[in-house]
Design a protein around this ligand. Structure first.
Ligand code: NDP
Length: 322
C-alpha cells in the first residue's frame, strides 16, 4: 500500500511517499481501508518532532473508510462497516490498523469525506464549548483563527448555544467566512490590536473565555482580554509554543483560570468517544453544523497540504484522498 512516512523530523519535505505491506490486525484491532484522511495541525507537530513518537512513523491521525479485516477478539465491528477514527497515528495511507474500541460508526447521512472532516475538529469544538468551559447564552467568547478547521466549527457551536462570539482572523476573506459561521464581531488581528479591540467591544469588561489555538503570538494578550475570573482555554500553538510564565500572572490579570486541554482526555472511554462523535454527526445530519471542505489533495501531495496549512493559506478542512 502507499503511505506517507516520516523517517526524521523536519519540514514538509520529510513527508515521503513509500510502499509498505497492508497491515495485519492484532487481536483487538480492525484494518480500515481509508477513503479520506483528515489533515490537522497536530500532524505538523508530529512531523516537526514537537510531539514525539517512535520513528519512522506514518503521519496523520484521522480517517474514514470501510473495515477491511478484524482481529480475533473484535466483536464491535465487521468487514464492510463504515467507520471513522481519530487519535491513532498512521492515517496518511491506504490502510491502517486501529484498535476497534477507537472506531465510531458513521451514519448513512454522513459521507466518508464529511466523516473524516468532522471527527477530530468537530469533537474538539464540542468538548471546548460543552465541557472545558460550559459556554452559555449571555457569555462572550473570543475565538482565535476562526476561519480554520476547528475555528469555523467552534464559532458555529458557540453561536448555536447563544453566546456572543468575537473572532480573530488574518485576512478579509477569512473574516467573511467567520461572519458566515456566525461570529458577531471579527477582528483582523494582523492589523488591529485584538486586546484593545476586545476591551472596546465588551465595554471594557473583557470576555468570559478565550479559545486560543494560536499560542505564542496571542496568549499573553488573550489573558489581558479576559474578564475577572475568566478562563483561558489554550488548546494549540499554531504560531509556536507559549513560553513558561509565573502563575502570579493569573492573579494580576484577575484571578483567571488557565487550562491546556487535549481531545484525548475528552474521549477517554469508548462511551465518551461514541457519544461525542454521535453529537457531532447528529448536528451535521440535521444541518446545524456546516463543514467547509475547502482543500482536497492526493495522498502523494501531503507535502503541499502541510505547506498550505502551516503557511496560513487554508480555511476550513483539508483532506488527503488515497
Ligand atoms: P487551522 O485550520 O486553524 O490552521 C491554523 C490557523 O492558525 C491558520 O490558518 C492561521 O489562521 C492561524 N495562525 C496564526 N498564526 C499562525 C502561524 N504563525 N502559523 C500558522 N498558522 C497560524 O488548523 P486546525 O484547525 O487543524 O488546528 C487549529 C489549532 O487547534 C492547532 O493549534 C491545533 O493544534 C489545535 N487543536 C487542538 C486540539 C486539542 O484537543 N487540544 C484538537 C484539534 C486541534 P489566520 O490566518 O486566520 O491567523
Amino acid at each position: 500500500m502507499k503511505a506517507i512516512q516520516v523517517k526524521q523530523p523536519g519540514g514538509p519535505e520529510v513527508l515521503e511517499l513509500v510502499d509498505l505491506p497492508v497491515p495485519e490486525p492484532k487481536a483487538d484491532e480492525a484494518v480500515v481501508k481509508i477513503a479520506a484522511a483528515g489533515v490537522n495541525f497536530i500532524d505538523i507537530y508530529y512531523r516537526e518532532g514537537r510531539y514525539k513518537a517512535p520513528l519512522p512513523l506514518i503521519a496523520g491521525q484521522e480517517a474514514a473508510g470501510l473495515v477491511a479485516a478484524v482481529g480475533s477478539d473484535v466483536e464491535s465491528v465487521k468487514p464492510g462497516d463504515r467507520v471513522a477514527y481519530t487519535g491513532i497515528l498512521g492515517s496518511y495511507a491506504e490502510y491502517a490498523s486501529v484498535p476497534a474500541a477507537r472506531l465510531v460508526a458513521v451514519p448513512s447521512g454522513v459521507n466518508d469525506q464529511e466523516a473524516a472532516a468532522a471527527l477530530l475538529q468537530g469533537m474538539t469544538a464540542h468538548y471546548l464549548v460543552h465541557d472545558t468551559f460550559r459556554l452559555q447564552k449571555g457569555h462572550t467568547a473570543l475565538v482565535h483563527a476562526a476561519a480554520g478547521g476547528v475555528g469555523l466549527l467552534l464559532v458555529q457551536m458557540a453561536r448555536r448555544i447563544g453566546a456572543r462570539v468575537i473572532a480573530t482572523v488574518s485576512t478579509e476573506e477569512k473574516a467573511r467566512l467567520a461572519r458566515e459561521a456566525g461570529a458577531d464581531e471579527v477582528i483582523l488581528y494582523t492589523r488591529t490590536d485584538f486586546q484593545d479591540e476586545t476591551r472596546r467591544l465588551t465595554g471594557g469588561t473583557g470576555v468570559d473565555v478565550v479559545y486560543d489555538s494560536v499560542g505564542k503570538e496571542t496568549f499573553e494578550k488573550g489573558l489581558s482580554s479576559l474578564t475577572v475570573r475568566g478562563m483561558m482555554v489554550l488548546f494549540g500553538g499554531s504560531s509556536g509554543a507559549v513560553p513558561p510564565s509565573d502563575p502570579i500572572l493569573l492573579t494580576q490579570k484577575g484571578s483567571l483560570y488557565l487550562t491546556r486541554p487535549s481531545l484525548a482526555h475528552y474521549t477517554v472511554t469508548p462511551e465518551e468517544l461514541t457519544s461525542r462523535a454521535e453529537a457531532v454527526f447528529t448536528m451535521l445530519g440535521a444541518g446545524e453544523l456546516k463543514l467547509r471542505i475547502a482543500h482536497t489533495y492526493k495522498l502523494a501531495d501531503a507535502r503541499q497540504a502541510h505547506r498550505d496549512l502551516e503557511g496560513r493559506k487554508t480555511t476550513g478542512k483539508l483532506l488527503l484522498l488515497p
